[in-house]
Design a protein around this ligand. Structure first.
Ligand code: ATP
Ligand code: MG
Length: 417
C-alpha cells in the first residue's frame, strides 16, 4: 500500500486521558481510534494486525475440528433467565437495552446460553457428538475499570470456542488439544515465551480451569510462577494451592500478567438448564457435556505492543505486523532516478507477494524514519539518491545496523515458496 494513499496520520501526542502504553502507541501510530473510555475503533493498520492474529487463531482452531459460525450480539432475555444469568446480581457487566415495544434485550457478554439453546435443533443423538463451533465476535461488557487500552475494552472481539461432547471421557482429550493449540497460537503470535499456562479455579464442575497468562508489567492480574516448569497458579487460588500442581515445588515467583486466553470445563451446567440432551447408545436421554474456550484477539494485540516497543514506537513480531516491509523512498516518487528505483522495487515486492507499505510521500527523511519507527514494521528498506544502483539500504526494526544489500538478496530473506 502506498502511504500517500493511507488516510491515517501519525501524531506526536496521545490523548491526555489515555494512560496505557498500548493505546498511547497504537493511537499515535494511527492503528486505533479512541471513541470513549474502553471503546476503540480499528483503523486500516490496526485492522491488518487484528486480522493477522485472527488468521493464526483460525488456522489452529480449524486444525482441531473447530467449525466457524457467527452468532448475534442481541440476546433473548428468556434464554438467559433459564441459567440465572439475566439477573444483574449474577452478572454485573450487562449492557441491557429495550426493543421499541418495551421488551428487554441484552448485548452478549459471552455466548454459552444462545449457542446451547441453538444446538438443541442440531443435537439429538450420540451420533451428533462431539461438535466444536466457534466464532470471532464482538462482546459487550460494562467493565468497571477500562484503563488498559485495548487490553480491557467495554466492546471487544473474542474468539469463543465451545465443545459439545457425550461425557467427560470424550471431553478431556479435546480440552488437552485446545491447550496445545493455544500454546501454538501464542507462540506463532510471538508472545509464547512470556505466556504461561495458569491454574485457576474450575467453577462448579472441575477442580481447575486454565488461563493463558502473559507476564507483562501492564498486567492487572497477579500470577504465581513455578520457575521449574513455567506454569503458574492464579492469585485467586494461591491460598488453597500452596504447591505447584505439576511438580509439587512450593517456590513461586509473583508476576504481573494479562489473561490472553482461558479454557474451561463447563460440564452439564448449561445443557441441564437449557435442555440440551442426546440419546445414548441404549436410548437413554443424557445431558451434553460442555467446555468453553476464549481468546481476546484485541487484548493479545495490546499485550504484544506492551511487550514489544521502545522509546521510538512499536516493534511488531513478524507474524502479526501490518506489513513485512516499510519501503521508504527519499526521492519523491517518480521524480528522480531514486524515485524510479523505489517505484520499481515496490512493484517487485508486490509481485513477490511481500506485504509492503511504501512511503512515497513528499516528506523529510527524518519525519519518514520517525514514522517508520513508530509504526514498527519489521524491515525498513530505504532508497535514496545515494543508494548504489540495484541495491537497497536495509534495517531491521529490532536493530540499529543499516546494511546495503542487492535487491535480489533482500527478496531472498522472505523465504518465498
Ligand atoms: P478478565 O479476568 O481479564 O476480565 P475474563 O475472565 O472476564 O477476563 P473471559 O470472560 O473468559 O475473560 O473472556 C475470554 C477472553 O476474552 C479473555 O481471556 C481475554 O483474552 C478476552 N477478554 C475478556 N475481557 C476482555 C475485555 N474487557 N477486553 C478485551 N478482551 C477481553
Ligand atoms: Mg472479565
Amino acid at each position: 500500500m502506498k502511504q500517500s494513499f493511507l488516510f491515517t496520520k501519525t501524531r506526536r501526542d496521545a490523548p491526555k486521558d489515555e494512560v496505557s502504553q498500548n493505546a498511547k502507541l497504537l493511537i499515535r501510530a494511527g492503528f486505533i481510534h479512541k471513541e470513549m473510555a474502553g471503546v476503540y475503533s480499528y483503523l486500516p493498520l490496526g485492522f491488518r494486525v487484528l486480522n493477522k492474529i485472527i488468521g493464526i487463531i483460525r488456522e489452529e482452531i480449524n486444525a482441531i475440528g473447530g467449525q466457524e459460525l457467527f452468532l448475534s450480539a442481541l440476546q433473548d432475555k428468556a434464554v438467559w433467565e433459564k441459567t440465572g444469568r439475566w439477573d444483574e446480581r449474577a452478572v454485573d457487566s450487562w449492557f441491557k437495552t429495550e426493543l421499541k415495544g418495551g421488551a428487554e434485550t441484552g448485548l452478549a457478554f459471552t455466548h454459552e446460553e444462545p449457542l446451547t439453546a441453538l444446538m438443541r435443533d442440531h443435537i439429538s443423538s450420540y451420533k451428533d457428538l462431539p461438535k466444536y463451533p466457534y466464532q470471532f465476535q464482538v462482546k459487550f461488557r460494562n467493565e468497571l475499570r477500562a484503563r488498559s487500552g485495548i487490553i480491557r475494552g467495554r466492546e471487544f472481539l473474542m474468539k469463543d470456542l465451545y465443545s459439545f461432547s457425550k461425557n467427560e471421557a470424550e471431553h478431556m482429550p479435546f480440552y488437552e488439544q485446545v491447550k496445545k493449540a493455544y500454546h501454538a497460537i501464542f507462540k506463532r503470535i510471538g508472545i509464547g515465551e512470556k505466556t504461561v499456562l495458569t491454574f485457576a479455579s474450575g467453577g462448579s464442575f472441575s477442580k481447575y480451569s486454565h488461563e493463558f497468562q502473559t507476564i507483562c508489567a501492564a498486567g492487572e492480574d497477579a500470577i504465581h510462577l513455578c520457575e521449574k516448569c513455567r506454569i503458574a497458579v492464579n492469585d485467586e487460588i494461591i491460598t488453597e494451592q500452596t504447591a505447584c500442581p505439576q511438580c509439587g515445588n512450593a517456590q513461586f515467583a509473583r508476576e504481573k500478567a494479562v489473561e490472553v486466553g482461558n479454557i474451561f470445563t463447563l460440564g452439564t451446567r448449561f445443557s441441564d438448564a437449557l435442555g440440551l440432551q442426546y440419546r445414548d447408545e441404549t436410548g437413554k436421554e443424557m445431558s451434553v457435556f460442555m467446555g468453553s474456550y476464549g481468546i481476546g484477539p484485541g487484548r493479545t494485540m495490546g499485550v504484544a505492543v506492551e511487550l514489544f516497543s521502545d522509546e521510538k514506537g512499536i516493534v511488531w513480531p513478524e507474524s502479526i505486523a501490518p506489513f513485512s516491509v516499510h519501503l521508504v523512498s527519499l526521492a519523491g516518487a517518480g521524480k528522480s532516478k531514486a524515485g524510479k528505483d523505489a517505484d520499481a522495487l515496490y512493484e517487485k515486492l508486490q509481485k513477490a507477494g511481500i506485504e509492503t507499505l511504501y512511503d512515497d510521500r513528499d516528506a523529510r527523511a527524518g519525519e519518514k524514519f520517525a514514522d517508520a519507527d513508530l509504526i514498527g514494521i519489521p524491515f525498513r528498506a530505504v532508497i535514496s539518491e545515494k543508494t548504489p544502483a540495484g541495491k537497497v539500504e536495509i534495517k531491521k526494526r529490532t536493530s540499529d545496523t543499516v546494511r546495503i544489500v542487492s535487491v535480489n538478496e533482500f527478496l531472498k530473506t522472505f523465504h518465498l515458496p
